[in-house]
Design a protein around this ligand. Structure first.
Ligand code: HEM
Length: 199
């Protein structure tokens, strides 16, 4: 699974080695890695529904790694913008943020993934306690929405792909809302006092 997650990076490296990064390599790299950031976010969100619907609880083993790869590709995407696109020109970056609002949405998504990556270890789950850790990790939902908004805002005409990602994220979030509501309803039914026995 780890090797599989590295394939997109390997593909880019292969193309770079063979001078095959199109006429605009920086744009190509930014777009490819941006795509993979969003794909990994969606795959990470799909792990829980997949393990329940397919009755494969062991899939949970991959969730942390997939989430960390989403962050890894997000970091590469962000670094490409800072290093290759803007050449560490902070004034130019600030101007870009002001001029192109989609950058702000992407930045929000990336910043939200940061605490998730930092607290992904078993030690942090222990330190925060399961409930607080789970609450913090719900930030991935907002990061996913920010990623979709970022993509939707940056495309000029063909909105099919950002809309597709938007639908996928919406379905995955809806699934969580429905399962959480039905779980709570079942819990409250189970703890409700039994009706008094009729005489
Ligand atoms: C959750 C975090 C993020 C996700 C999921 C994400 C995703 C994407 C996607 C899917 C694309 C379009 C790829 C394509 O057209 O095939 C893209 C493009 C881009 N992203 Fe991000 N991104 C994120 C964060 C960021 C950040 C933090 C920055 C920089 C501050 C950034 C800068 C850009 C730029 C400059 C482009 C190209 C825009 C253009 O062609 O005009 N992204 N991103």
């Amino acid at each position: 699974m780890f090797a599989l997650c590295l394939v997109p990076l390997g593909q880019l490296a292969w193309r770079a080695l063979h001078n095959n990064l199109t006429a605009n390599p920086i744009e190509y790299i930014t777009h490819q890695i941006g795509d993979w950031t969003l794909i990994f976010i969606v795959i990470t969100l799909a792990v829980t529904p997949a393990r329940k619907l397919l009755r494969q609880p062991e899939l949970i083993r991959f969730r942390r790694m997939l989430g960390l790869f989403a962050f890894f590709y997000g970091l590469l995407h962000f670094s490409t913008w800072i290093g290759l696109d803007k050449f560490f020109d902070w004034a130019d970056m600030l101007a870009d943020v002001r001029k192109r609002t989609f950058i702000t949405a992407g930045f929000t998504g990336f910043v939200l993934m940061l605490p998730l990556a930092l607290t992904s270890t078993a030690g942090w789950i222990r330190r925060l306690g399961g409930k607080r850790w789970l609450a913090l990790h719900r930030l991935i939902y907002i990061a996913a929405i920010a990623g979709v908004v970022h993509y939707y805002w940056l495309v000029k005409s063909d909105i099919r792909l950002p809309v597709l990602y938007g639908v996928l994220v919406a379905v995955l979030l809806l699934y969580r809302m429905v399962t959480s509501v039905t779980r709570r309803a079942r819990q409250s039914a189970a703890t409700a006092k039994p009706a008094p026995a009729s005489p």
